[in-house]
Design a protein around this ligand. Structure first.
Ligand SMILES: Cc1cc2nc3c(=O)[nH]c(=O)nc-3n(C[C@H](O)[C@H](O)[C@H](O)COP(=O)(O)OP(=O)(O)OC[C@H]3O[C@@H](n4cnc5c(N)ncnc54)[C@H](O)[C@@H]3O)c2cc1C
Length: 244
């Protein structure tokens, strides 16, 4: 993290830095900006959170990056941005832990969105398999298609149970960081596979832009990167298991 906030003599703050890949930077009214306030203290005690109005002088969008799936991200620059003392959220140096907690909820949302996308792909695949005949047989009677459907049904169900269990644990105040990483891997990877099978089952129609499948595929592809790539979340899960 290179963005840093410096406390000035009168208690106000000065913010300088840049951050790329920011979603909705063009439409947000305010942002929570994480900045280093004590480089020596490390991430546990050296990062603070600030509530920053979008139109504060010194904030500019310096890059607009079209992404797959119809999404756009932005690069935001902070040049000598002056913030009142009250812009600090919580205690100085204690911004990391609340952000981690927020990210847990957000990653569960990603898992839930993926389950919805997988359900849509499955529903489309089932409808098409009942309707399309090739070489004298319905696709519904082909074992390859049946296996895609069977795997989708069972994986959607198990991923949904995982998501509900994590939601219940969050409500009970449990630390769900490891489980949420598992769901952040499982959801988008499930959706990617189910949607890919649906595209295959539709043949050329599955490649047509008039169908929603290519858009769903691109959107779930993004989910394997944002809020942490699958490899990093697998690392979190493995590290916890290996630590005993
Ligand atoms: C659509 C979209 C929206 C986004 N919105 C925001 C936003 O609003 N705010 C924000 O702050 N960020 C946002 N991001 C950024 C996103 O969180 C990062 O892109 C993501 O965390 C990965 O970081 P990186 O791009 O620097 O990849 P890197 O850290 O360079 O990683 C590249 C690849 O290396 C591998 N890798 C990295 N680390 C490890 C590891 N420890 N173990 C094994 N393999 C590893 C993985 O395969 C990974 O995909 C967004 C990204 C996208 C695509």
């Amino acid at each position: 993290m290179t963005t840093r906030a410096t406390r000035l003599a009168d208690g106000s703050w000065r913010l300088d830095g840049r951050k790329i890949w920011i979603s909705r930077a063009d439409s947000a009214d305010f942002a929570i900006v994480m900045a280093v306030t004590d480089r020596e203290a490390g991430r546990k005690q050296g990062i603070s959170a600030f509530l920053v109005d979008r139109d504060t002088p010194g904030i500019s969008i310096v890059g607009r990056i079209p992404m797959i799936g119809g999404t756009t991200t932005f690069e935001v620059a902070y040049d000598d941005v002056r913030l009142p003392a009250g812009a600090l959220l919580g205690a100085e140096g204690a911004g990391f832990a609340p952000m981690q907690a927020r990210l847990a909820a957000r990653r569960l949302e990603v898992a839930a969105w993926s389950i919805g996308a997988a359900e849509r792909g499955l529903a489309m695949m089932v409808a098409h398999a009942r309707d399309r005949r090739t070489f004298g047989q319905f696709l519904a009677d082909r074992q390859s298609v049946q296996w895609w459907i069977a795997d989708a049904v069972s994986r959607i169900h198990s991923t949904k149970l995982l998501a509900y269990d994590i939601a219940r644990r969050i409500d009970a105040g449990e630390d769900v960081r490891v489980l949420v990483s598992a769901a952040k891997v499982a959801g988008p990877e499930l959706a990617a596979e189910v949607i890919d099978h649906a595209m295959q089952a539709f043949g050329a129609m599955g490649m047509a832009k008039e169908m929603p499948l290519h858009l769903l595929a691109a959107q779930v592809r993004l989910m394997r990167i944002y809020d942490g790539p699958s490899e990093v979340h697998r690392w979190v899960v493995a590290r916890a298991a290996l630590a005993g």
